[in-house]
Design a protein around this ligand. Structure first.
Ligand code: ZN
Length: 235
């Protein structure tokens, strides 16, 4: 039987909510403007670090991952380091990763072409792309399927949106038995080349660090308060 009890409970809940809102407002009012600005400065630092170091935002929307150094100099960076020592450590690791990154990437791409040429002797081919994916660890050698199609030697290491293997020409226009053999050995040896191993280590480090640092910076970006003290903390 519906009695007056239900509205009473609702009324109590509503009063409780009002008291909570009042307390919440009072506690926020206690935070000085200077403190709120300081918190905002730390949030901005984290946001800028993420947007300049880890990702590039397009005007048209969307973003793509980049590997750029994050500026850790200046008063604001020092304050950030005091409030977020662990995040700052991750930023230092990231900055170490970025050092010479572009040059190494360019050198790696040059090596994919140099090695491919050993097998294809300058014939148009997609072997450098296959070597690139192999060297970065995006595919395993065991995932590659080879076939001879007419006068083309082809490899498949990716599937289409219909989940069917996509074949790309490795050696077109009539490969000889020697060509095929050289292609095999180039692919087999590629991942063990010292420069390729070195690049792979960098790529792996980026894979490890990017999600960690993204998460840490996002956390700092949305934190409404600060732990610890820095030189510029308002009293
Ligand atoms: Zn501070």
């Amino acid at each position: 039987m519906p009695g007056p009890l239900v509205p009473a409970v609702e009324g109590l809940l509503f009063i409780g909510l009002l008291i909570w809102a009042q307390l919440e407002f009072a506690s926020r009012r206690n935070e000085s403007t200077a403190y709120r600005q300081h918190v905002a400065a730390m949030q901005d630092f984290a946001k800028e670090a993420r947007e300049t170091g880890l990702f590039m935002n397009f005007v048209s929307g969307g973003r793509s991952p980049v590997v750029n150094p994050i500026k850790m100099l200046g008063a604001r960076a020092e304050d950030f380091r005091k409030h977020y020592p662990q995040v700052a450590k991750e930023v230092d690791e990231w900055n170490e990763l970025t050092s010479g990154y572009r040059q190494m990437n360019n050198r790696f791409i040059a090596i994919t072409h140099r090695e491919a040429e050993k097998a294809t002797s300058d014939r148009a081919t997609t072997l450098p792309m296959l070597l690139g994916d192999l060297g970065r660890g995006e595919i395993d050698r065991g995932e590659i399927t080879w076939r001879m199609d007419g006068n083309r030697f082809e490899a498949s290491y990716a599937v289409s949106i219909f989940n069917e293997p996509v074949f790309s020409p490795m050696i077109s226009n009539g490969p000889t038995a020697d060509d095929v053999e050289r292609c095999w050995s180039v692919v087999a040896a590629f991942s063990d080349l010292p420069e390729v191993r070195e690049w792979r280590a960098r790529v792996d480090e980026e894979r490890r660090l990017r999600p960690l640092l993204t998460d840490s910076l996002e956390h700092a970006e949305y934190a409404l308060g600060l732990k610890g003290k820095c030189e510029h903390c308002p009293a």
